[in-house]
Design a protein around this ligand. Structure first.
Ligand SMILES: NC(=O)c1ccc[n+]([C@@H]2O[C@H](COP(=O)([O-])OP(=O)(O)OC[C@H]3O[C@@H](n4cnc5c(N)ncnc54)[C@H](O)[C@@H]3O)[C@@H](O)[C@H]2O)c1
Length: 424
């Protein structure tokens, strides 16, 4: 922590240099950098490594993966980018948490590991940049929030689109009231989760610790399709395309409207053919106090939706707004515009999602996609999955965070961990 305070002083002293030479890539003095370890080095973990390696205030000091091949590959790439720093590779993330010289971790493991790794990191005094979805289930999200607060840590969810200008502007437009009261929002993401056929189990490759990859999930023999990249199509680890994309697009609704009083959730869908069991497609309705939120796999039948693979359509008393990550169209009185100049820019723009995390580590203020916010935003996604799994409407008590009169549904709020990997 003393390093962080040193760096803050350093930044104050060097503010002039940074103002004059804003585009020059300069690493902060080594003793003042935030020391980071990346855990989970597949597709997204390598993005984490590249993003943080490019930030002057970050120094990557450790990497971790249960697959030695992934670990070796990322170590090699990092050696070329960050030549002067010694980086240690680990298979077991607990060695990273034991190191006193590491300030923060990022976690890009499959979803079923997110909560235990983040919680243990909080307990070890580390700040965390964790991937979406926040957790495997609702109980894990509660555990993370409690530990974040108890250990006074900082957490940023990897919903990097949150940092973009388009979402900031959409929030300004919605919150200006120009569309009147928003009563309905339609979210969609096209594309089916695949069933992955009926492959046989295989011997575990020498470079992979399959038992640790499975962690708290039920033990099954190794089938490559259950592992890297396609794990997300299995309910033991994730929830298919729906769970994969929910956070990115639901973010704009929760940011702009902060819907309250979720009461009823009703989902339907289809199981794929094959060994994968996450929903092939899922359509759901979420009833809040004064908002109806729809999720569909096909775009809704509204202007501008068909040309967007993912999107949000806000319906207000005076007009509508459709958006995706980068674009938006506002329609009022039959006229469609991309912006309304009279609405002032009122929300401070992000310095970048990863930089915002580093800034929060220094200031000890929670970042833009902080845990308290993203937990509320992720929770309905889990309830949609539960409704689909049980094939019935769920009634939700927001204060107690329980399903009303439905013990079977309550059992799915937090799964029982495999004992060997119950680390909390
Ligand atoms: N923010 C985004 O836009 C975005 C995009 C893609 C993926 N993601 C998220 O990133 C996460 C990873 O996705 P991916 O596509 O990179 O998956 P992946 O399968 O390519 O990589 C996951 C890696 O984690 C490793 N791993 C598993 N358990 C581990 C453990 N206990 N300790 C250390 N390493 C472990 C695996 O061996 C693998 O290398 C997911 O949660 C996903 O939702 C986010």
């Amino acid at each position: 922590m003393s390093k962080i305070i040193n760096r803050r002083d350093f930044l104050k002293k060097s503010a002039l240099t940074l103002t004059i030479l804003p585009t020059l890539y300069q690493k902060t003095a080594a003793s003042d950098r935030i020391r980071i370890a990346h855990i989970g080095l597949g597709g997204m973990g390598n993005n984490h490594m590249n993003w943080f390696a490019a930030l002057p205030e970050a120094e990557i000091v450790a990497l971790c993966d249960v697959d030695q091949k992934h670990l070796n590959g990322t170590l090699k790439t990092l050696e070329k980018i960050q030549q002067e720093t010694k980086v240690t590779g680990y298979k077991d993330f607990r060695h990273i948490l034991d190191r006193q010289d590491i300030d923060a971790i990022t976690c890009a493991t499959p979803d079923h590991w997110h909560a235990q790794i983040a919680t243990l990191a909080f307990q070890a005094g580390k700040d965390v940049y964790g991937e979406k979805p926040l957790s495997y289930d609702i109980g894990e999200g509660q555990m993370m929030l409690e530990n974040l607060n108890n250990y006074n840590r900082v957490f940023q969810l990897g919903t990097q689109i949150h940092a973009g200008d388009n979402y900031h502007r959409v929030v300004e437009i919605i919150q200006s009231g120009v569309l009147g009261k928003i009563h309905t929002v339609r979210l969609w993401k096209t594309g089916f989760s695949p069933g992955l056929g009926f492959p046989e189990s295989q011997p575990v490759p020498d470079h992979l610790d399959w038992d640790m990859w499975l962690g708290a999930a039920p033990f099954v023999e190794y089938v490559p399709e259950r592992c890297h990249k396609t794990y997300r199509y299995f309910l033991d680890y994730s929830g298919g395309v729906y769970a994969d994309f929910w956070c990115h697009i639901a973010d704009i609704v929760f940011w702009a409207l902060q819907p309250k009083g979720l009461k009823k959730i009703s989902a339907k869908g289809e199981a794929p053919k094959g060994i994968a069991d996450a929903p092939k497609w899922l359509d759901a309705v979420f009833e809040f106090d004064d908002l109806k939120l729809f999720w569909t796999t096909q775009p809704p039948d509204v202007p501008g939706a068909a040309k967007r693979g993912i999107g949000a359509f806000f319906e207000g008393q005076n007009g509508t707004l459709i958006c995706d990550y980068e674009t938006r169209e506002i329609t009022i009185n039959g006229e469609t515009l991309s912006d309304i100049k009279e609405i002032p820019v009122s929300i401070e723009r992000s310095p970048g999602h990863q930089q915002n995390f580093l800034d929060s580590i220094k200031s000890r203020k929670q970042p833009e996609s902080n845990l308290e916010y993203v937990r509320k935003m992720t929770l309905p996604m889990h309830l949609g999955l539960i409704s689909w799994r049980l094939n019935r409407e769920i009634k939700w008590d927001t204060l107690a965070e329980t399903c009303v009169g439905d013990e079977e549904a309550n059992q799915l709020l937090h799964r029982r961990y495999r004992e060997k990997w119950n680390l909390i």
